[in-house]
Design a protein around this ligand. Structure first.
Ligand SMILES: [Mg+2]
Length: 249
């Protein structure tokens, strides 16, 4: 039986519940390559192949550069990665020579492909049973800066609340997504713990609000002593043991 002084646990997703690096890289190249090929086929069928290949005119780096420029021009939207991608694709497709309606259609189709690929995350094997058990003792929330369609993952059912902070234009470390999640969970910061891998985006904002934090530090070298209320774990699978220890304390 887990006993702990907490009402609620909030979780970061990427690189906390799964390793995101490989999926993100494959998603980035995969949806752009899909767009290039599908668009080339579509143009060929319509006898418009003389436009050439989209990715030859606008390689992946041009798409990435355009997203950075958009984020600088629209600082409030800098964490809304889906919007930045859609707008960047739309601009490039129009510059390529597509009429606006067709550019929209292809930008949205590419983003659908993006979301399909982005969801190919593999939660660590311990995560599913761990969340099922924790959900019997705590209210669970998810707070991500990422833009994966979390509602489409089976894991989503364990969480009473899931907040996409970037799409709210308040990406972590902004305190607002934490406060919103806790309000929806009916928990006070003092009786909640946030679990995440980022010192800047997870641990610091949680501690500033008076939450405790479990820092999924991986093999980050040990440095200065941790602030009060911060607990270092090398993997999220160690969380139940930590909660048990704190509950006994
Ligand atoms: Mg993370």
């Amino acid at each position: 039986m887990i006993r702990a002084p907490f009402q609620a646990l909030t979780f970061d997703l990427d690189d906390t519940l799964w390793d995101n690096g490989g999926v993100m890289a494959a998603t980035e190249t995969g949806h752009y390559a899909w767009l290039d090929e599908a668009l080339a086929r579509w143009l060929a069928e319509r006898g418009e192949a003389d436009l050439g290949r989209f990715a030859a005119r606008f390689p992946l780096e041009a798409y990435q550069r355009r997203r950075r420029e958009l984020a600088e021009r629209h600082p409030l939207r800098r964490g809304d990665f889906t919007w930045l991608r859609e707008q960047a694709l739309l601009g490039l497709l129009e510059a390529f020579g597509l009429p606006r309606a067709a550019a929209w259609l292809w930008a949205l189709a590419a983003m659908e492909r993006f979301h399909d690929l982005r969801l190919r995350v593999s939660p660590y094997p311990e995560v599913e049973p761990m969340l099922a058990t924790l959900g019997r003792h705590y209210r669970l929330g998810a707070i991500t800066n990422g833009n994966l369609a979390f509602d489409r993952l089976p894991l989503r059912r364990h969480f009473a609340v899931a907040i996409a902070a970037g799409e709210m234009h308040t990406p972590k470390p902004d305190p607002r997504p934490f406060l919103l999640t806790l309000a929806k969970l009916g928990a006070t910061p003092a009786r909640a713990m946030h679990i995440g891998d980022s010192w800047q985006e997870d641990v610091l904002p949680a501690v500033r609000l008076g939450m405790q934090a479990a820092w999924i530090a991986g093999d980050t070298p040990h440095g200065a002593p941790l602030p009060a209320g911060v607990h270092r774990l090398s993997h999220v699978r160690e969380l139940p043991a930590l909660l048990e220890k704190l509950g006994r304390g």
